[in-house]
Design a protein around this ligand. Structure first.
Ligand SMILES: Nc1ncnc2c1ncn2[C@@H]1O[C@H](COP(=O)(O)OP(=O)(O)OP(=O)(O)O)[C@@H](O)[C@H]1O
Length: 252
């Protein structure tokens, strides 16, 4: 008998709860994300979107339940195993977090820090030739190869975010997290960055989880939408089955 191939589950949250001190942020959050899904995480300011993203990445511990990222329970594994998992994960955050005085190329080479220990990936001058080539290729894919030698603090916001995307994809991650990747950009630059990001992830079948306050973006770029409100996962639906009005309820 033939079985259709089943995509691996890249992220699984089982009854995840998070508190900061005595303050509960969310609880009972459960979902499974298969390889190649593009998931928008939405909700009002303070609903806990960034916190959930950080829990999923294993950057902060959960207060209850468990997170499995690429098959590993992030709260239960040793630091070294967690580093291995993280080396297969990329992050694009709201602020690009480039090192201002370093070149664009060195900043992208930093995306390979997780793949080999030591200082060789601190600067493109020390980096192995293969890494420099990978970084240039990533810059080419985001249309920034011509800026490789420019200092990062001489870029516009949109250019900086493109470089941040190059840094996030240079190590060919299986999973990409993006925390409001275009929040600091004007609508046109923001749309360019989202188009670029999702073209890249679709080309490579990467699983992506992104937070957004832009309902149109959530529906356009996500094939699935998760909504946090009042400390619970209130919505888990395919983007195709939703209209903007369904999402507005999360903001009451
Ligand atoms: N390290 C922390 N210590 C204590 N409280 C925190 C910490 N990080 C976040 N919080 C609180 O957790 C709640 C959720 O914050 P979070 O940034 O996850 O929300 P969000 O949905 O991403 O919000 P926004 O849309 O405004 O970015 C907020 O009340 C915030 O103040």
């Amino acid at each position: 008998m033939d079985f259709a191939p089943v995509s691996p589950v890249d992220i699984e949250a089982r009854g995840v709860a998070k508190r900061f001190g005595e303050t509960p942020i969310f609880s009972d959050v459960s979902f499974r994300l298969a390889r190649g899904e593009a998931v928008a995480l939405v909700g009002a300011n303070g609903a806990g979107k960034s916190t959930l993203l950080r829990c999923l990445m294993g950057l902060i511990p959960v207060s209850g339940g468990s997170v499995h990222l690429l098959g590993q329970e992030t709260n239960a594994i040793k630091a070294r195993a967690l580093r291995d998992v993280r080396s297969q994960v990329g992050l694009v955050s709201q602020k690009h977090n480039l090192v201002p005085r370093l070149s664009v190329l060195s900043n992208v080479v930093h995306g390979l820090l997780g793949t080999s220990p030591g200082l060789r990936h601190w600067s493109h001058v020390l980096a192995p030739e293969m890494s420099r080539r990978a970084a240039l290729h990533a810059l080419d894919r985001v249309g920034m190869a011509g800026f490789a030698q420019r200092r990062a603090d001489r870029l516009s916001g949109g250019q900086s975010q493109r470089v941040a995307i190059a840094r996030a994809i240079v190590a060919a991650p299986k999973v990409l997290f993006a925390d409001e990747p275009c929040a600091s950009l004007d609508p046109s630059a923001g749309a360019d960055v989202m188009d670029l990001l999702f073209r890249l992830v679709r080309d490579q079948g990467v699983t992506v989880v992104f937070t957004s306050h832009n309902i149109d973006h959530a529906l356009k770029y996500g094939n699935r939408v998760l909504g946090l409100a009042h400390g619970r996962l209130q919505l888990d639906a395919t983007a195709a089955s939703l209209v903007a009005q369904d999402l507005r309820g999360l903001y009451d």
